[in-house]
Design a protein around this ligand. Structure first.
Ligand SMILES: [Zn+2]
Length: 316
């Protein structure tokens, strides 16, 4: 069954985007409509009694706490000298690039330093962090895990299986576990410490419906998961048996790996989960029109300010 979606989705060309946002004013008005969908309120005290003023950088003032503010105050854009228009273009690129945007590309496209581009991308990706809590509602899910930090494509099936069965696949690599809803095609995934039975039991239990039917490969880690369960035997080169396969979640791993090797070249273990949430989030909104995805990103970014030092501190 083909879900309604991609063919109905309305995209925006970069030419159209420049017409929609010809100047800072147009970007500010659009941004404000998403930060304050119910009307402007004070980011400090929450009061709705605010008025415009002539302050250059903070064009509004709260009647109650008497502080000046702008639409950037209290959002990840606070303290950023970057124009809202450049943020809108960065959000557009993040929302429309299937394999993600590198800081090098953003640096070149927006005439900003690569350091600024890197920081902006991390702040935009914070919008997706709610994806860590995503619970799939569908009656059929695929569960699988993947490893990042080295290439395994030349490995034999037997060696792959041996690594998986002993949990040694994670040595020197970072493991990511994921479940995919066959019906909605939504994904819930995260970096996990281990891929043993206890971890996978907790992971799948938290993220899927108790009545769901689960398809996996033959990894023993899934045997204790309290779900109806059917497997395909990858070690015997069996990949599809009727409805029983994990092709959906595996195509998500393939996309993540293409992004990992092609766009970003290297993602440190600590940052990998941010990217996993970003790709899950983009996947889960992919049936929406581009302008709606951009608006959703703005709403999700609000109130999720992360400091540069926090990002740099964990950069390795
Ligand atoms: Zn106030």
């Amino acid at each position: 069954m083909k879900a309604p979606g991609r063919s109905h989705r309305s995209g925006i060309s970069i030419m159209k985007l420049t017409e929609m946002f010809p100047n800072e004013e147009s970007a500010r008005v659009w941004f404000e409509s998403h930060v304050w969908p119910d009307g402007r309120d004070c980011p400090r005290c929450g009061s709705t009694r605010t008025h415009e003023c002539s302050h250059a950088k903070s064009p509004y003032r709260c009647t109650d706490c008497r502080k000046y503010f702008s639409v950037k105050t209290g959002t990840p854009l606070a303290g950023s000298p970057i124009s809202i228009r450049k943020w809108v273009f960065a959000i557009y690129l993040e929302a429309t690039s299937l394999k993600g945007v590198s800081s090098l590309k953003l640096h070149r496209d927006l005439d900003i330093t690569q350091k600024t581009a890197w920081f902006m991308l991390h702040r935009i990706r914070e919008a997706w962090q709610h994806e860590r809590e995503t619970v799939l509602e569908g009656p059929v899910v695929e569960a699988d895990e993947a490893y990042f930090g080295g290439r395994r494509k030349n490995m034999s099936n037997a060696k792959r299986k041996a690594l998986k069965d002993t949990g040694r696949g994670a040595v020197g690599k970072t493991a990511v576990a994921g479940v995919k809803d066959r019906k909605s095609r939504h994904i819930s995934a995260a970096v996990v410490e281990r891929t043993d039975g206890a971890t996978m039991r907790e992971f799948v239990t938290k993220r899927t419906d108790p009545a769901a039917f689960m398809y996996t490969d033959e990894a023993s880690a899934y045997l204790g998961v309290p779900r109806w369960h059917a497997t395909v035997k990858h070690s015997r080169s069996e990949y599809v048996r009727g409805e029983v396969h994990t092709n959906g979640i595996e195509s998500f791993w393939a996309l993540l790996k293409r992004a990992y090797h092609g766009t970003y070249h290297h993602i440190s273990g600590k940052h990998l989960d941010r990217y996993v949430q970003r790709f899950s989030g983009c996947n889960n909104l992919r049936d929406m029109d581009t302008i709606d995805v951009m608006g959703a990103i703005v709403r999700l970014m609000v109130g999720k300010r992360i400091k540069y030092a926090e990002l740099v501190g964990s950069r390795n």
